[in-house]
Design a protein around this ligand. Structure first.
Ligand SMILES: [Zn+2]
Length: 279
């Protein structure tokens, strides 16, 4: 019991040990790192060969025992993580993401023409969106996500995850990126190792758009770029300069919008930066 308490204390920030599993079965070593919070990014480590499920979804466990999952912006459910060891024994842990308060901005008296974009723009945006969704849907068997993330640019943060505007009382889709102020041409670094899976120079809303795949459904998106220095299919290492800041697409000025996705789910890049890798 004493040992158990020490473990809990040591891991208060950013990680915790599945206590019941530690107590019941010595052979099952299991660890999570990250915030159990809306928009949270959670890394897990377990002996390879064990099966991990989040609710009904089986999570891929890499050869080195790494797995990953996250919680959406508005997740208000309690989830069950189920681990089945090599002997068929099952352990469960319930996870309830902490709710957050997001920045809400209400704007009244917007002219009708701004509320209704032209049909050509709508068609282009639809095409862009399906291309982006397809890139985020891919599974790749690499565990680059488990190494931890660095900020892609050093700059003042001007926009945060989860914020939302209401125009004339109508909610617009929330902002999922972390916006960094920058100058056109400033270098953008790969926040973690990965493979470039998409680059389109001129998407309607997001302009120069790049997606890097970090494995198991975790991708980074960069929006409003002015240039790309890598090609689709290239492998990049953490810290490699991959692109340049810009104001392409519908941007009010040069800045970098960086997003992190777990498949189609949006995670908070700030929480991703804070999640420590498990050694
Ligand atoms: Zn943004």
């Amino acid at each position: 019991m004493h040992k158990h308490n020490i473990f809990t204390k040591l891991c208060l920030i950013g990680c915790f040990i599945l206590n019941s599993a530690m107590v019941k079965a010595v052979e099952l070593s299991f660890e999570l790192s990250g915030k159990i919070e809306q928009g949270g990014f959670v890394l897990g480590k377990i002996n390879a060969g064990n099966v991990v499920k989040l609710d009904d979804k089986k999570l891929t466990v890499s050869a080195s025992g790494d797995f990953v999952f996250g919680f959406s912006r508005d997740d208000d459910k309690t989830h069950t993580l189920t681990i089945t060891d090599t002997k068929g024994k099952t352990f469960t842990k319930t996870l309830t993401p902490k709710t957050r308060q997001y920045k809400i901005q209400r704007v009244e008296g917007i002219a009708k023409k701004i509320m209704k974009p032209n049909p050509k723009a709508v068609a282009r945006a639809k095409k862009d969106s399906s291309q982006v969704k397809a890139a985020r849907a891919k599974f790749s068997d690499n565990n680059a996500f488990s190494q931890g993330f660095i900020a892609p640019i050093q700059g003042i943060i001007t926009g945060v995850y989860g914020s939302q505007r209401y125009y004339n009382g109508v909610p617009k889709s929330p902002h999922y990126g972390l916006d960094y102020a920058g100058k056109t041409g400033d270098p953008v670094k790969a926040p973690a190792k990965g493979t470039v899976v998409l680059y389109v120079a001129d998407m309607f809303y997001s302009g120069g758009t790049m997606i890097i795949d970090h494995g198991h459904g975790i991708t980074s998106s960069f929006l409003h770029l002015s240039d790309a220095y890598v090609n689709v299919g290239d492998t990049v290492n953490q810290g490699d300069v991959v692109a340049a800041v810009g104001s392409s697409g519908r941007a009010t000025g040069p800045h970098l919008d960086w997003r992190i996705n777990w498949y189609q789910m949006r995670l908070d890049p700030m929480l991703v930066l804070k999640t420590k890798p498990i050694k």
